[in-house]
Design a protein around this ligand. Structure first.
Ligand SMILES: Nc1ncnc2c1ncn2[C@@H]1O[C@H](COP(=O)(O)OP(=O)(O)OP(=O)(O)O)[C@@H](O)[C@H]1O
Ligand SMILES: [Mg+2]
Length: 368
């Protein structure tokens, strides 16, 4: 399958923007993962320190430290409220052999608490490993630990569980906005690429449609230019030339062999008419809308980029004039440009004879 230059250009720009979006999203995801991990570590450490502060005072007393820890109401409320903190899944104090002394879930007391990976160590991992820890499988629990001492001896440790599943959902919420922005950037890129290619490829289309007609041997359109008297008008010469060339280019492109394209100049008026295929009447009111006729006829007529007539209208109106179109379906089309008028002798050499020199009737008129 051969792709048109326009499609290739759109695909190219989309691919470049797409790659940039993917690279930036990867960078952004990595940054966010770091933020979520560090935030979880800080929360875990803060909770561990609060428990350490409370438990440290309890275990140094004369009473049985195990019993005192279990019966302290303050400690219990800290443990029970701990799981309401972001990403925290448990909080416990264990003895040196790993047996639970107190836990936010009372059912765990007396059991051995299996050791989990240290959250602080994960923070030093490579970006890919960090993402793997957060997004792998069904998730896992990481730990933040603090040693609990009784006097100068190790009594046990405070262990805070941090769930990667909870981190994952926190990260997903944060990433949704970024994904939306990325998708919007891609959509804008596709749109801009489409519009740019339409504008940039215009000259290529014009050349190509002309060459196609030449290749098909389509000669023999007569180009006439008539002015029976001086035809002054007020307007910018470059714009008038652009308007005329757009209309003439369309007419020459669409008029079949043996037809005539006629440019007629009268005071403040310029008309370009042809014996081409004409336009459907219902299309006339929207004839100067960008891409309108182009999309209506592109399947059965050689087209350019669909901008010419809208440019004609803009330029004409910019000079204070107007443009109109009439047609007889299958017989031809006539575009009439009206510009502000001017006094004839100010704008001509005073000659009033018809300017026949402008007319060319030849087999190879300026076909495009
Ligand atoms: N004189 C005409 N006779 C018949 N159809 C015409 C005539 N002028 C324009 N059209 C139709 O209107 C469409 C739009 O014309 P327009 O000049 O806006 O764009 P284009 O010629 O396709 O491309 P561009 O001028 O941007 O290179 C044309 O593609 C053609 O189908
Ligand atoms: Mg055109």
């Amino acid at each position: 399958m051969r792709l048109s230059i326009r499609i290739k250009q759109i695909v190219g720009v989309t691919a470049i923007v797409g790659l940039a979006v993917v690279a930036l999203s990867a960078l952004y995801t990595n940054r966010l993962a770091n933020v979520v991990l560090r935030e979880s570590l800080s929360r875990g450490e803060m909770l561990a320190n609060t428990i350490l502060h409370r438990a440290g005072g309890i275990v140094t007393g004369d009473v049985d430290p195990y019993l005192a820890l279990r019966e302290d109401q303050g400690l219990r409320s800290i443990l029970e409220s701990s799981i309401y903190g972001d990403n925290i899944s448990f909080a416990a104090i264990v003895d040196t052999s790993g047996t639970v002394i107190v836990h936010n879930n009372r059912a765990q007391v007396g059991r051995t608490l299996a050791e989990r990976a240290d959250l602080e160590a994960v923070i030093d991992d490579t970006p890919l490993d960090k993402l793997r820890v957060i997004f792998a499988g069904d998730g896992q629990t990481l730990e933040v630990r603090e040693t609990l001492k009784r006097g100068s001896e190790d009594f046990g440790s405070i262990r805070i569980g941090v769930s990667t599943l909870l981190m994952r959902s926190q990260l997903r919420d944060l990433l949704n906005d970024a994904l939306f922005t990325g998708a919007a950037a891609l959509a804008v890129a596709v749109f801009v690429a489409g519009v740019l290619s339409q504008l940039l490829l215009r000259p290529i289309h014009v050349l190509r449609s002309g060459l196609t007609r030449l290749g098909q041997g389509e000669f023999g359109v007569t180009l006439e230019a008539l002015a029976s008297a001086p035809a002054p008008a007020i307007g910018d010469p470059d714009r008038v030339l652009q308007v005329t060339s757009n209309l003439v280019e369309n007419a020459l492109r669409l008029t079949p062999r043996g037809g005539v394209v006629r440019i007629t100049a009268a005071p403040a008026t310029l008309a370009v008419e042809d014996t081409g295929p004409g336009l459907r009447r219902e299309d006339l009111p929207r004839a100067f809308e960008r891409f309108y006729l182009y999309s209506r006829y592109s399947s059965d007529r050689p087209v350019g980029t669909g901008l010419g007539l809208s440019i004609v209208k803009e330029l004409t109106q910019g000079m204070g004039g107007s443009v109109a179109v009439e047609t007889t379906t299958d017989k031809g089309t006539r575009f009439t440009v009206r510009l502000p008028g001017a006094v004839s002798q100010d704008f001509t050499d005073g000659s009033s004879a018809p300017n026949r020199e402008l007319t060319h009737t030849a087999d190879n008129t300026s076909q495009k």
